[in-house]
Ligand binder design. Structure first.
Ligand SMILES: N[C@@H](CCC(=O)N[C@@H](CS)C(=O)NCC(=O)O)C(=O)O
Length: 234
């Protein structure tokens, strides 16, 4: 299997978590979306017509869309299942995952922020305000869904004792928002899941800094006393 990913892409990160949880080791192909590689004709025509990451090619079958890829992986490599079979849990996991994937992520995607800045000429500060506003609105909903889930499913993950698609979606969204400098302290339930994932081997393996195409942020050499954010959204 070939896997097309960008280290800072939260949608690639979702699939990286799924691959790591299932113990799969695909051939890695870095696609630098900051450099526009996702628009290369070969990539668009042969790998992912959506001109986005992630994508996989599995025995000649090419597939984009992170949630469709994870569903495909679940079908072919069912252990562990990330989209549960039991109807109520499945519906809850999908409801949560779509909140992140369909409501939170798209408005803060790279091309949206670039359009705001390059075409509509908003200032970098306004662009950050846009990101923080939609992130906060979405995360408030995440907390409400987690509060309801916690009444029924007990365990360290979004929906109980095992990680699911919901965790594949939440962790990258939380991590990227943190990198963008958002205050994540108000999201107590999401943070608890994030902290738990931070020491889980599959989740650690999937982190941006552990990817072959990782590029350290320009401020990486700065002293720890002067933290600054890597404010380039992927
Ligand atoms: N819904 C798609 C979104 C894919 C997507 O937009 N990925 C981002 C990176 S996180 C991307 O490739 N952005 C390129 C751009 O915005 O130009 C998925 O879940 O795979």
């Amino acid at each position: 299997m070939k896997f097309y990913s960008f280290f800072n892409s939260s949608t690639s990160w979702r699939v990286r978590i799924a691959l790591a949880l299932k113990g799969l080791e695909p051939d890695f192909h870095g696609v630098n979306i900051r450099a526009g590689m996702h628009h290369d004709a070969d990539y668009v025509h042969k790998i992912n017509p959506s001109a986005t990451v992630p994508a996989i090619v599995d025995n000649g079958f090419n597939l984009g869309q992170s949630l469709a890829i994870i569903d495909w992986l679940d079908g072919k490599y069912p252990e562990p299942r990330l989209i549960p079979a039991e109807p109520v849990l499945r519906a809850r996991v999908l409801e949560f995952s779509y909140l992140v994937a369909c409501d939170i992520h798209p408005v803060n995607n790279l091309r949206i922020l670039k359009y705001l800045q390059d075409v509509l000429k908003v200032s970098p500060q306004q662009k950050d305000e846009w990101y923080a506003h939609w992130l906060a609105e979405g995360m408030a909903a995440v907390e409400r869904l987690l509060a309801r889930a916690n009444e029924i499913y007990s365990g360290p993950w979004c929906f109980g004792a095992q990680p699911t698609l919901a965790d594949c979606c939440l962790i990258p969204q939380f991590g990227n928002a943190q990198r963008m400098g958002c205050d994540m302290a108000p999201y107590r339930r999401a943070r608890a899941v994030f902290d738990h994932a931070a020491v889980h081997p599959a989740f650690v393996k999937s982190e941006a800094k552990n990817q072959p195409d990782y590029i350290p942020p320009p401020h990486a050499a700065a002293p720890a006393s002067s933290p600054s954010k890597d404010n380039i959204k992927a």
